[in-house]
Design a binder for this molecule. Structure first.
Ligand SMILES: Cc1ncc(COP(=O)(O)O)c(C=O)c1O
Length: 443
């Protein structure tokens, strides 16, 4: 495998092939710790002493993604659809990328993969299609627990005649409880929009259960997976939602996003393509003006990487080799175990502090949460805490993160917001220890 040599990591913690990171059960038949040293070597930005804990804002990019991007721009930068070999090859790369995204999310049909510039843009686009199918009296359920990207587009459908009903989260934990959704559903419900994982709380919602409830009344479920996808394997078939979107710049890739939709639904909905694009022509009718070729093709690098993570204890899978879905699942299982190990000491420290409120669950359980931890302190404003931490070369962040309705529900001033520490699998226990040492006298 190209580029497999491991570069030094930030703090001389290069040997965090941490013997403490052990899987509690077999992964693909063989328990393996995540080799964090190898992982960090695949992210070219992770070289200096800066501790990057603002991954919820956007993660660092993978070297294989940069390589794929570079290769496309330098060697394949032609318009698709011509008969000369280079155009044919470029077209093949784009199809490969679409299949790679399908593998990443376990879509059964690559044509169900719609790509676009951002989750916000894709949700807005699909909401406007759904709006064109609304009938008088149709109801839409949205949540105050979501990022605004999965609220605003649906709220705008009020102007097109929809009645909006709000599913409110638990006022203590901020978590969405399906039992609170039940009374909001009826035969007029057309769609429910929810988040898989809150970008503030890190808690994981039971999407499959909600999908059953929503389908029980014949409605559609649209899920924002932006804060879930960097941490756990998205499986659109198991989840059972009708629409699922997330952004690759938070999942180790570029500013590019995917909206998955069930094929029959995408075929039924009015598109945004040119008049000569047929209504059966998915995903093209939802990609007006076509997709960004180079960013789409660069996504192959994310799948390359998950193939490496699956195989890194046993020798490389050659770059460009077909990576099976099982590799994605295996890689994410190892990621989840590592994340839980990062989260636990931070939560323990925060829980022990008087005057500190952890926003969301205080469990480190990887089935219940991802490695996003938010809190407020009665001793200092969130802004003061973050500014003080900045001075130690550790990047965290405060604010409402476009989830100010959630903060309102929790009684938190959305102006100052929460302190958010958003970690991903390339972060290390040594980095968490360093943050704890810095936070200790501050909160
Ligand atoms: C949970 C969540 N949903 C949606 C978005 C919007 O994603 P994009 O920037 O791709 O529009 C974000 C971005 O921060 C997010 O955190």
């Amino acid at each position: 495998m190209c580029g497999r040599s491991v570069r030094p990591t930030s703090f001389g913690i290069g040997s965090e092939a941490d013997p403490g990171i052990r899987l509690e059960g077999p992964v693909s038949g063989r328990p393996q710790p995540l080799d964090v040293d190898f992982v960090r070597g695949r992210f070219p930005a992770l070289t200096g002493p800066f501790v990057f804990f603002d991954n919820g804002g956007g993660s660092q990019i993978l070297q294989p993604v940069v390589d794929r991007l570079n290769d496309f721009l330098v060697r394949h930068n032609v318009q698709l659809g011509a008969s000369y070999p280079l155009s044919v090859e470029a077209g093949r790369l784009l199809s490969d990328a679409q299949r790679a995204v399908a593998t990443l999310i376990n879509a059964s049909d690559p044509d169900e993969v719609v790509m676009g510039p951002s989750t916000t843009a894709l949700l807005r686009m699909i909401a406007s299609s759904i709006g064109r199918t609304l009938q008088a009296g149709d109801e839409i359920v949205i949540t105050t627990g979501d990022h605004e990207a999965n609220i605003g587009p649906w709220l705008e459908l009020e102007a097109m005649g929809a009645r909006v009903r709000w599913w409110r989260p638990n006022p203590e934990t901020g978590v969405l409880d399906p039992t609170d959704l039940e009374p909001l559903l009826n035969e007029r419900t057309g769609l429910v929009a929810m988040t898989h994982t809150s970008n503030v709380l890190g808690s994981i919602h039971p999407v499959a259960d909600v999908a059953d409830m929503v389908h029980g009344v014949g409605a559609l479920l649209c899920v924002d997976g932006v804060a879930f996808a960097p941490h756990r394997a998205v499986d659109v078939q198991t989840l059972g939602a009708d629409l699922y979107a997330f952004s690759f710049y938070k999942t180790f890739g570029p500013h590019h996003a995917v909206l998955w939709g069930r094929r029959e639904l995408l075929q039924e909905l009015p598109g945004h393509g040119f008049v000569f694009v047929s209504e059966d022509d998915v995903p093209y009718k939802f990609q007006p003006g076509n997709v960004n070729y180079e960013l789409s093709v660069s996504l192959l690098g994310i799948l390359d990487y998950f193939g490496e993570l699956d195989a890194d204890q046993e020798g490389a899978r050659p770059m460009g080799a077909a990576v099976p879905r099982s590799a994605v699942v295996s890689a994410y299982e190892r990621i989840a175990v590592h994340e839980e190990k990062l989260v636990r000491p931070l939560l323990e420290m925060l829980s022990a502090r008087e005057g500190v409120r952890i926003i969301g669950h205080d469990t480190a359980d990887r089935d219940a949460r991802v490695s996003i931890v938010s809190f407020v302190s009665s001793r200092r404003s969130s802004r003061e805490i973050v500014t003080a931490v900045d001075a130690h070369g550790i990047g965290i962040r405060h604010g409402s993160f476009y989830s100010s309705r959630l903060l309102d529900e929790l009684g938190i001033d959305a102006g100052d917001g929460v302190v958010r520490v958003s970690m991903v699998h390339y972060n290390t226990s040594a980095e968490v220890d360093r943050l704890i040492t810095v936070l200790d006298p501050l909160i």
